[in-house]
Design a protein around this ligand. Sequence first.
Ligand SMILES: C[S@@+](CC[C@H](N)C(=O)[O-])C[C@H]1O[C@@H](n2cnc3c(N)ncnc32)[C@H](O)[C@@H]1O
Length: 215
Amino acid sequence: MSSPVQETNRNRFDRIAAEWDDSPTRRNLAAGVAAAITAAVPLASTWKALEYGCGTGLVGAQLAPHLGHLLACDLSPGMLSILADKAHASGLDNLATRQLDLTCEPPPAERYDLIFSSMTLHHIPDVPALLATFHGMLRDGGWLALADLDAEDGSFHSSEAEGVAHHGFERIELSQWLEKIGFREIQTCTAHTIEKNATEDRPRSYPVFLLTARR
Ligand SMILES: C[S@@+](CC[C@H](N)C(=O)[O-])C[C@H]1O[C@@H](n2cnc3c(N)ncnc32)[C@H](O)[C@@H]1O
């Protein structure tokens, strides 16, 4: 059964799905994250990958051409429907979508070569539990690639934005969680920096990390 925070997220992202791709900030961020993943992970056309919190596929649609198959998962049917339409229109036939919330549903039985996720972890209350689930879904040697905000002061999201469980993450703390679970070869870099106006209308910089690790 989904929790109130997941209900909130599903409703919010369903509501804003149609306009999601209109934002140059989001498109630039996705391009930065896709480029950082491509540089850090040896993507292969034989790989089965899963994206968690894919949204409208701004990142996944850029990586799918370098993969064998991509299962793009999200809890919002509205976001997934935009992605399914885009994938169909652009002939991306190795990409499938699935509604999935790993905070309250069992993982697929399949084992993956790569699991990646961008800007979704900060919506998940119990991140260590999700990371342990990812570990169980990867084949031995499989890759994890996570992008999200570095720890920030809470000004990134507007006061109306609901369903935010974390104001970014400390890279060290995230790395320690992964190490404890059994991940190895943990590395981080800055994938992109978002420039946007915070509460007092002053432009602010919000770095976004990419963390990669292997099972
Ligand atoms: C900030 S958006 C990022 C979307 C996409 N990754 C991108 O970069 O454009 C966060 C996404 O995570 C999804 N999400 C939030 N909580 C989730 C959960 N528990 N399970 C799966 N997806 C979730 C939302 O529906 C939304 O599509």
